[in-house]
Design a protein around this ligand. Sequence first.
Ligand SMILES: CC(C)(COP(=O)(O)OP(=O)(O)OC[C@H]1O[C@@H](n2cnc3c(N)ncnc32)[C@H](O)[C@@H]1OP(=O)(O)O)[C@@H](O)C(=O)NCCC(=O)NCCS
Length: 244
Amino acid sequence: MESANERVLAPPTKLRKKMKDAFARLGEPHGNSMIAIECMNTEELCGDETWWQIYKDSFPASQREPPDVILKSLRRGVGMAFRARLQGMTSGLATTHLLRDPAAVFIVYLAVARGERSRGIGGELLRSAWEAGAQRLRTQGLQPIGLIWEVDRPQFDSGEGDAPLRRIVFFERHGGELLKRPYLQPPLHGIVAVPMSLMFRPANGKGTPTPGIVEGLVRAIYLDKYEAINGIDRGILERLLKAS
Ligand SMILES: CC(C)(COP(=O)(O)OP(=O)(O)OC[C@H]1O[C@@H](n2cnc3c(N)ncnc32)[C@H](O)[C@@H]1OP(=O)(O)O)[C@@H](O)C(=O)NCCC(=O)NCCS
């Protein structure tokens, strides 16, 4: 069982001001608030009901993997799970899958409890998920080229109003860029793939990936994650690779 790897992060000035304002609004004490980002083992993940509540509340059923899939990826050592704790309460989550060829950190889920959004917690989760994932890949002798994740296409009406665009702005602020390659998210439930886009943030010193590298990343996402962990049929994935 891996041990909890806790990092306590002092909030940056802008965040401190936002949190101070928020706590002042709530009438709570303020001034010494800290966000802790923790890397979780399977036992901690199973026991954190708030984590699962945030997960359910942030993603529609069609986008949620069964809990067993997330736990399986942790047990196999290819997935990682994180929680943000604000004053001891779980207030956000992230999960990742570590791709090996090309080596990269794939963010699978990132979410902050509704009442805690726009206070910088999402940014801290993103940063910690990258640092911890890149570190684990390096201990396996791999050199991660960057961070990759799926987003709703901005022009695609997902029925969420301006949320998809706000998400892209959030990710661009954290150094991500939209990749031009069309991308279909394999069907998590049923048989219909979802048109999405990929965003990528290169590791320090690495540039924008070439089309060949992007192709390799998509293949790794499909086969290492969606086939090996989610159990999606190889034939469906091969067809999607050809279609996109
Ligand atoms: C996207 C998300 C993780 C950002 O977390 P956060 O703690 O609010 O992030 P930060 O405080 O570091 O940055 C705030 C920015 O996030 C974006 N954001 C905030 N709330 C948002 C929401 N409800 N929907 C979409 N984007 C949002 C905005 O760009 C916001 O900037 P603003 O405050 O200037 O408008 C969070 O909004 C969330 O959990 N959304 C729902 C789940 C989701 O869409 N996850 C991403 C896809 S896996």
